[in-house]
Design a protein around this ligand. Sequence first.
Ligand SMILES: [Zn+2]
Length: 231
Amino acid sequence: MQPTEPTELLRTVTFDAQGLVPAIAQDALTGEVRMLAYMNREALEQTVRTGVATFWSRSRAALWIKGETSGHTLVVRELLLDCDGDCVLLRVEPRGPSCHTGAPSCFFRAWRNGSWTDGARPLPEVDALWLTLDARRREEGAAGRSYTRQLLDAGVQRIGEKLREEADELARALEGEPDDRVSSEAADVLFHTLVGLVSRGVSWRAVLAVLAKRRGVSGLTEKASRAVPNA
Ligand SMILES: [Zn+2]
């Protein structure tokens, strides 16, 4: 633990009177906020050293490797620091649900119509839409009247036809239609793309993973440099 990097790390992070810093874990692919926990100096150092999110459990007063017993670890892809240095953000690859209740995110309760309702996901629009469409796929029969359900029942060939049609409309909009037409047609293409993915049982997350790989998103600097033989 003597490399200079952890020292620099601890010097730049502001720990509170209890020696803790709040750490927010966010899904690196979707941006979903998964949980909030606290780190002491040792937890932060260990997180950087191992690449696996490690916190300080305030209830047990012990170092806590998230998922050590459940296997639902958070593999840390990137560590970010906020403006005044008193909060860290972990961009992670979650292995399984992050909440001890079994929910993917600890933030599964939403204030709706005067009470807390379970089942929320702090997801961006596209991921939320994929989940909705996938739920459509799984509800057999009864809900058979929705447009999505009709497409799914018609099969991939029909979805493919629609996708070609929508892609053509988007191409025409790009060529010479107003911006609102372009965004609307792009939304149609994306929607039908998602229906196609759902139909094939391919997750939107898998698509995001391909994009992230192409962007060359690396792991924590320390781990990344270790992976490169000549670095
Ligand atoms: Zn939780």
